[in-house]
Design a protein around this ligand. Structure first.
Ligand SMILES: C[S@@+](CC[C@H](N)C(=O)[O-])C[C@H]1O[C@@H](n2cnc3c(N)ncnc32)[C@H](O)[C@@H]1O
Length: 227
């Protein structure tokens, strides 16, 4: 028992340049690096098309460019992570706003969205170099990924705009202002799912559309006035 406490302290804290660093922050950095692969590299394309693809298909169908000026359609993506879904909606011509409260995600997404242009800068990373399990062979640990996979300066459909809300979704959004809310792997993070459902209902304009894709709650919900 005498050694339990110092051992725990040793595992939880290390010193870098004489500053104490909690090792749980390493996990978050590793998660952020893997998230870069999922959101912004070619390697993540299959995963992206499986999760963001259905949401984009629904919105493309619901708001066809021939019939609607998409720049007037406001779409919110709470829990936007590294911002790929928010950027996709912007590049499809919508008024797109992401919302994120994790500084790891915010710093990495700001770097990618504001500092990277595929024309002149491509970064190489080895996202699985820290892995010692879930590998088929050791060479998997040295898999290389490059990012970004798209030219972030290009806007395929003109008219799109993009913004980011930095903070807790429940603190930032309270008024009916959105034609659509798109949640991808977000509602599963709720402490109280009812609170999220009620808030999304509240911030949708009458007739608005909630598209959700996640582990346990994937659906399209159309808000009907009075219901
Ligand atoms: C599982 S991740 C999904 C990220 C992204 N939608 C994706 O599919 O890659 C959930 C994200 O929601 C963010 N998040 C969770 N609760 C939040 C809240 N109340 N307000 C803002 N962001 C939140 C987390 O920081 C995390 O980046």
């Amino acid at each position: 028992m005498t050694y339990t406490y110092p051992t725990v302290v040793f595992l939880k804290n290390i010193y870098i340049n004489q500053k104490m660093v909690h090792t749980d922050q390493f996990c978050r950095v590793k998660t952020t690096i893997k998230q870069i692969v999922r959101d912004w590299s070619r390697l993540g394309e299959r995963e992206r098309s499986a999760s963001y693809g259905p949401a984009l298909d629904i919105l493309n169908c619901e708001y066809p460019t021939e019939a609607i000026d998409r720049s007037k359609i406001k779409i919110l993506t709470p829990g936007s992570g590294l911002g790929r879904i928010t950027w996709e909606l912007f590049s499809h011509g919508f008024h797109s706003e992401g919302c994120e409260f994790s500084w790891y995600m915010i710093l990495a997404s700001q770097f990618i969205l504001n500092r990277c242009s595929a024309d002149d800068v491509v970064f190489r990373i080895f996202p699985y170099i820290h892995e010692t399990c879930n590998l088929q062979s050791w060479s998997d640990a040295t898999t290389e990924a490059t990012f970004p996979d798209v030219d972030l300066t290009a806007t395929p459909e003109q008219g799109g705009t993009m913004e980011m809300g930095i903070g807790d979704f429940l603190d930032l959004y309270n008024e009916p202002a959105w034609h659509s809310v798109v949640t991808v792997f977000f509602v599963d993070t709720a402490h109280n799912i009812i609170e999220y459902v009620e808030r999304i209902y509240k911030i949708l304009l009458p007739g608005g559309l909630w598209v959700s894709f996640s582990n346990f709650l994937s659906f399209i919900f159309i808000q009907v006035i009075g219901k």
